[in-house]
Write a protein that binds this ligand. Structure first.
Ligand code: CUA
Length: 370
């Protein structure tokens, strides 16, 4: 419980009062405005999750609606209202010896005017909002459109490409210049699919299918985030959208279709009498341990459906739904394997109490799944 310090005075409160008293001086008011300007400078572009730097037609339409019909009208209204206010303050300020002004109560024409004008402004904004919603409802017709089925899980994202026979997790690859038609489902609670630079938000609701589309005009890696509170690790339910040229996207999906397994190039079989490599030791541990009850590596007996698919884990850029970046020496992957609960408390993956040798082998195996 908060209470004042001994003797009834609170040092924190006293210093706050002192600060506010200081702010009444002009110099400190200037300082306050300087700090505000600095704060607003934080709204600059280059922020990976900004909505004011659209990188595709869907995000552009939302930005245009905000910019032309909400932001600039609000700026005009602000300066008009503040201007009239300041004009009235200075024009009608009291001077020494002024008589008492005429006392009035209300002004009906004025009050009707300032009720009607905002109502008209809001109706105009509503009209253009509906127009934008209608324009966003369906993606442009295109032979290059890519269908993606997205399933939200606590706390990661499953991505299936039904037309390509590809599935992956937490890293959505898309070709540039093509509309991506997304259907959204949830395996547990309500999540919200949000790629701020490319599109608006859309909920993933258990028991129903929602739709959204997006398009990336430029190649790049776009940050994305669950935007609906869905439990303790909501903030770490992230993913990456990797937009690449149509050719690079085709090579990616061709590679993703490839199965991984014993006997494939990724895990060569051990010659009789030879010492198994670290990757082979990891593959054996992975296949015989708890891993395969939750994870799938297509082409092996690992077919668990509870956790993210790991078939091409080695080619991904992040770990645990973009909670940790992949580093070249595998420090973050080993940290995750050592104790997932320390990295992402509440995640479904328990601490498996793996030995350091097992962690080395399993991380070598997972990194080999390219
Ligand atoms: Cu899923 Cu928040």
């Amino acid at each position: 419980m908060w209470h004042a310090g001994e003797g009834g005075s609170n040092p924190g409160q006293d210093s706050l009062t002192a600060i506010f008293m200081h702010l009444t001086t002009r110099r400190h008011a200037a300082l306050l405005f300087g700090l505000l300007a600095l704060l607003l400078a934080g709204c600059s572009t280059g922020n990976p999750q900004t909505t004011i730097d659209p990188q595709g037609p869907n995000a552009q339409m939302i930005y245009d609606l905000f910019n032309f019909w909400i932001f600039w009208p609000a700026v005009i209204v602000f300066f008009a209202v503040e201007g009239v206010l300041l004009w009235a303050v200075f024009r009608y300020r009291g001077r020494e010896g002024d008589p008492l002004p005429v006392q009035t109560h209300g002004n009906t024409p004025l009050e009707i005017t300032w009720t009607i004008i905002p109502a008209i402004i809001l109706i105009v904004i509503l009209y253009f909002t509906f127009q934008t919603q209608a324009a966003l409802a369906n993606p442009p017709e295109s032979r290059d459109a890519v269908n993606v089925r997205v399933i939200g899980h606590q706390w990661w994202w499953e991505f299936q490409y039904p037309d390509l026979g590809v599935s992956t997790a937490n890293e959505l690859h898309i070709p540039t210049g093509a509309p991506i038609k997304v259907t959204l489902e949830s395996a547990d609670v309500i999540h919200s699919f949000w790629v701020p630079l490319l599109a608006g938000k859309q909920d993933a609701i258990p028991g129903r299918v929602n739709r959204i589309w997006m398009q990336a005009d430029k190649e790049g890696t776009y940050f994305a985030q669950c935007a609906e509170f869905c439990g303790v690790q909501h903030a770490l339910m992230r993913f990456l959208v990797v937009a690449e040229s149509p050719g690079a996207f085709r090579s990616w999906s061709d590679n993703e279709r490839r199965l991984q397994g014993f006997g494939s190039a990724a895990v060569p079989t051990v010659a009789p009498g030879a010492q198994p490599s670290l990757v082979q030791q990891g593959a054996t541990l992975f296949a015989s341990g708890a891993c395969i009850t939750c994870h799938t590596v297509r082409g092996t007996q690992a077919a668990g459906k509870i956790g993210p698919e790991l078939t091409h884990f080695g080619s991904r850029k992040s770990i645990a739904a973009n909670t940790l970046p992949k580093d070249s020496d595998g420090v973050n992957l080993k940290r995750w394997l050592r104790n997932p609960q320390a990295v992402k408390p509440g995640a479904l993956m328990p601490n498996l109490n793996l030995s350091e040798a097992d962690i080395e082998a399993i991380s070598a195996y997972l990194e080999s799944l390219k």
